[in-house]
Design a protein around this ligand. Structure first.
Ligand SMILES: Cc1cc2nc3c(=O)[nH]c(=O)nc-3n(C[C@H](O)[C@H](O)[C@H](O)COP(=O)(O)OP(=O)(O)OC[C@H]3O[C@@H](n4cnc5c(N)ncnc54)[C@H](O)[C@@H]3O)c2cc1C
Length: 317
């Protein structure tokens, strides 16, 4: 890769010799804003572990400012072409790496194919952060309190990753390894996230409890209910935020499967979920309180999703 200073396509600002700048809080770092994926990968490969991709910066910049992350180089992907698209088709919704939370929230096409996207995105942070932060960035950041990681897990989605070896997809169970840790390693740019379409005769719901609207959730649930032509439940699943290191999906069909969706014992499904999760205590809530929230939120969300599944099944009949 050409790294000629005259090449305006890749601009790098190196830290000035002679010590740290006191003008900004992050440790001194280099910055590059490539204009092709290949240039970005070349930069990431050349800089090794010391380089980080910068997307919306809404998670990374606070980490830099607190010096919890001290990359030698930021590779800003905001000038890469073609990554700001939402493609909604019959199979699902592909969300490009530069689609902001606000863009996904406002996409009627995406909501028509997978309503859970808008429902969950509405709970992500505040408008200013949603205007800049990206859906893909929040997935790669892998915060256990993130809404979109839970949605990707519940819907069985995947991400497309560009590396020097080519493009590959990583499906959800293999993607999240732990808090703030994914299987996207080395020189890699995640190009998009794919969320499968809402299955037939199905409904979804998203709910969470946060101290203030826009704060990270103390606990949240994304759920999906599917019914058959007789409006009997064939599947009930849930994924949670802030109750474990990664967004695990819990199959709750055992509690309600085969029952008519109208009047189903959603509390039993909530109790089953409560028995399966293993939340931690932290500054925001005790593990016991989180278990209680899991039971209550699951019951409420499944009831809403069940009503939607019934409406959609009746509409299709
Ligand atoms: C006050 C506040 C409240 C917030 N509340 C919430 C909330 O309630 N729910 C929630 O989910 N989030 C919340 N966030 C985080 C927000 O959603 C971020 O936008 C998101 O987590 C990261 O997206 P980003 O585009 O800003 O990524 P960045 O901050 O730029 O990057 C985050 C990480 O992902 C990596 N990365 C990003 N994009 C790519 C890519 N395409 N390929 C490879 N690596 C990549 C970066 O290297 C970095 O490690 C909050 C943030 C703030 C500041």
């Amino acid at each position: 890769m050409a790294r000629d200073a005259a090449d305006r396509r890749v601009r790098i600002q190196r830290p000035q010799p002679g010590g740290e700048s006191t003008a900004v809080k992050p440790a001194p770092l280099a910055y590059a804003d490539p204009t092709t994926v290949q240039e970005a990968l070349d930069l990431l490969a050349a800089e090794g572990d010391g380089a980080k991709v910068l997307a919306g910066g809404q998670s990374l910049l606070p980490l830099l400012s607190m010096r919890l992350a001290t990359p030698g180089t930021l590779v800003d992907i905001n000038r890469l072409p073609g990554l700001d698209r939402i493609e909604a088709g019959p199979d699902g919704v592909r969300v490009g790496a530069l689609v902001r939370h606000a863009g996904l929230l406002g996409s009627a096409d995406a909501a028509a194919v997978q309503p859970l996207l808008a429902r969950a995105t509405a709970h992500v942070a505040h408008p200013a952060i949603r205007n800049r932060g990206t859906t893909v960035g929040s997935i790669v950041h892998a915060d256990p309190s993130g809404e979109m990681t839970a949605v990707l897990a519940l819907t069985g989605g995947h991400v497309t990753v560009a590396t020097p070896a080519g493009h590959s997809t990583i499906c959800c169970p293999d993607l999240f390894l732990g808090p703030l840790e994914t299987s996207v390693h080395g020189p890699a740019v995640v190009l998009d996230a794919f969320f499968p379409a809402l299955p037939a005769r199905s409904g979804t719901a998203f709910t969470e409890v946060a101290r203030r609207r826009g704060d990270y959730a103390v606990c949240g649930a994304a759920v999906l209910v599917t019914v058959d032509d007789d409006l009997r439940i064939t599947a009930a699943r849930a994924a949670y935020l802030s109750v474990g290191p990664v967004p695990a999906v819990h199959d709750l069909t055992d509690a309600v499967g085969g029952k008519p969706v109208d009047g189903a014992d959603w509390a039993a499904a909530g109790a089953l979920a409560r028995s399966r999760v293993e939340p931690d205590d932290d500054l925001h809530a005790s593990a016991d309180y989180r278990r209680l929230l899991v039971a209550t939120l699951t019951e409420r969300a499944l009831a809403r999703a069940g009503e939607e599944a019934a409406r959609r099944a009746e509409g299709a009949a």
